[in-house]
Every structure is written in structure tokens, then in C-alpha cells.
Design a protein. Structure first.
Length: 328
């Protein structure tokens, strides 16, 4: 077997978790990903201390190249995360991490890089025609986790791919029925402006749950999002299950809006929560809400909607972004 073209550390930093892995990019462009290590961001004072922890786990020596996927805009002298208090100063990465080359990429741009490379058997069909993603045109990529990530990739049909990060998770939320009117009213008590991330990211299930309880006149304890998600998925709380169904409706609507805005020919759902919902989404109201765009219903129904099943698309995609920047 030929030697790899590059060995590197690949990192995917979200609001709750920072995932690390070793990766090899082979001469033919394929990527071999090592076993991931997941650290909690709230258990480390900074990215530097998390990096040092991972270095200890790997025996004290790491490759001198790194790709870092970041949950937030990758711009400016100081990069701040959307949903955790860490910061990264790009000018100090070489010195602080002891690396020679690095790539910084938005976390969902990294996922889009993964979507561009993943084989057809790593996608689960969710809605629309059950066909492979088109090899030409724009593919919208979005997914719920601690926040809502949104990106897109464009392919020219001849092997060229362009990936674009966006902050599409922060567009305005548009309620579509009386229940969502009530969800919006609850959220407005805490936020002057309500973005779609407040409704279709992991923490949103708490507001959805308590809104449904109020509409039914039920007195419930203030439960955190993890408790509600657990109860919804194990079937121990019918109100939590209803909140999960409502979440899937809203995710379908937002995915459809994103596809319309980006002129997509296909859509991919990703994100940690998207992956955990992979069995529920196809039998929820996701597909109906995705297509419910008035005069554009028939257009939306023609778009294949998939869920990427690669267990670590952020880590894989960050390594792919490194290869695109430094090895192409």
C-alpha cells in the first residue's frame, strides 16, 4: 500500500461536543478516519486544553497538520463560536498547536465536503424520488444539533465541486399554523427576534413541549431538552412524542425553505440530532411540510431529500476540506 499524501488531526467543534480523530489522506484522494474521541466543551476551559487532552490520549505526539471544523463563521482575527464560549485566533494556531499547516472551515461547510465525497450507500432516503443525489447543480445541506447548520455545495457534472458555508440557521422563523403561532409567542418572551434555529435545533424541543402542554392545559415540570428527547424516543411520554413530531414538521418546512432559497436540486439532512432522528423522520410529517410551498408543491416533490448516515461527517469533511486546500 502506498504511503498517505498527508496525516493530520481532524477536529469538529460544536456547541456541546468537540470531536477529534486522526486522519490519512491517500494519494488517490480517499480519506481514512481513525476512531473519534469526543470531549465535552463545557469540561474544557478552551480549545487549547481540549487539544492537549486529545494529545495525551494519543500518547503525546500528533501529526503536524490539522483541519478544524467550527460551529460559526470562520472569519476575522478572533473566531468565536455560536454556541460555546471558546475562541480561536488563527494567527496563533501554528504556534499554539505545534502544526505546520492548518485548515479552518465552517462545520456545515465540512459536512458539505463530506456529502460531496460520500458514496450513494451512505445516504438514507427521506422524501421525494428515491434516486441518487444529482451530480450537477446545488445540493442544500442542513442539520440540527445544538444549533442549526446550513451550507450548500455546487457540482458542475464533471467532477468540480464548490462548497459554501452560510448562516442560514439564523433566518426568521415563519409559523405555518396555530400551534407554531403559540411556539413563536412563547419564544418572543425570551428573544426579540426568533430565528429558525430557535425552533429546529436540539434545545428547541423544550419550548415546543411546554407550548403543547400549555395548549392542552396540562401542568408539567420544567424539563430540559435532553430529558424530553429521551422520553420522546423511548416512548415514555406522549407529550414529548408529540413535541418530536412537531419538531419534524418544522424541520421539513425549514428544509424546504432552504432548498427554495438556494435553488437546490437535492437536499441532505445531517447534524447529530438529524442522525438520531433517522428512523423517525421518514414516517413523520417531514416530507409533507417540505413540499408544502403553495404553487411550488410539484417542484418540491421532485427533489430527492436524503440523510447522510456517515457517523462522523464533520470530521470526515474537515479532512476533505484540508485536502482541497492543501493537496489538490
Amino acid at each position: 500500500m502506498s504511503a498517505p499524501a498527508a496525516r493530520l488531526v481532524t477536529v469538529d467543534i460544536g456547541g456541546t461536543h468537540a470531536r477529534f480523530a486522526l486522519a490519512e489522506v491517500m494519494a488517490d484522494g480517499s480519506i481514512a478516519l481513525g476512531d473519534p474521541v469526543t470531549l465535552h466543551t463545557d469540561e474544557h476551559a478552551s480549545f487549547q486544553t481540549a487539544w492537549e487532552h486529545f494529545c495525551e490520549i494519543e500518547g503525546g505526539v500528533l501529526p503536524r497538520q490539522v483541519a478544524i471544523a467550527i460551529a460559526g463563521p470562520v472569519t476575522g482575527d478572533v473566531i468565536r463560536f455560536t454556541n460555546n464560549p471558546w475562541i480561536i485566533r488563527p494567527a496563533l494556531i501554528n504556534e499554539k498547536l505545534g502544526v505546520e499547516r492548518f485548515t479552518l472551515v465552517n462545520d456545515f461547510a465540512a459536512v458539505a465536503h463530506a456529502v460531496a465525497r460520500a458514496p450513494d450507500d451512505q445516504f438514507l432516503h427521506l422524501a421525494g424520488p428515491d434516486v441518487p443525489l444529482p451530480r450537477e447543480g446545488t445540493i442544500s445541506v442542513l442539520g440540527p444539533g445544538t444549533g442549526l447548520g446550513v451550507a450548500w455545495l455546487w457540482r458542475n457534472g464533471h467532477g468540480f465541486t464548490h462548497v459554501q458555508a452560510t448562516e442560514g440557521g439564523h433566518v426568521d422563523f415563519a409559523p405555518l399554523d396555530q400551534v407554531e403561532d403559540a411556539i413563536l409567542a412563547r419564544l418572543r418572551k425570551s428573544h426579540n427576534r426568533v430565528s429558525v434555529e430557535r425552533v429546529v435545533a436540539g434545545p428547541a424541543i423544550s419550548d415546543i413541549y411546554h407550548t403543547l402542554a400549555a395548549l392542552e392545559g396540562k401542568a408539567v415540570h420544567e424539563l430540559d431538552d435532553i430529558t424530553i428527547w429521551t422520553a420522546a424516543q423511548d416512548g415514555t411520554d406522549s407529550l414529548a412524542a408529540a413535541a418530536m413530531d412537531r419538531f419534524c414538521l418544522s424541520l421539513g418546512a425549514v428544509a424546504g425553505d432552504t432548498a427554495l432559497a438556494q435553488g437546490a436540486v437535492g437536499v441532505v439532512i445531517a447534524g447529530g440530532l438529524g442522525y438520531r432522528l433517522r428512523e423517525h423522520l421518514p414516517r413523520s410529517g417531514f416530507a409533507e411540510r417540505f413540499c408544502a410551498k403553495g404553487r411550488f408543491h410539484n417542484l418540491m416533490a421532485q427533489l430527492p431529500v436524503k440523510l447522510i448516515t456517515h457517523p462522523q461527517p464533520g470530521l470526515y469533511g474537515a479532512a476533505a476540506a484540508f485536502a482541497a486546500e492543501h493537496l489538490s
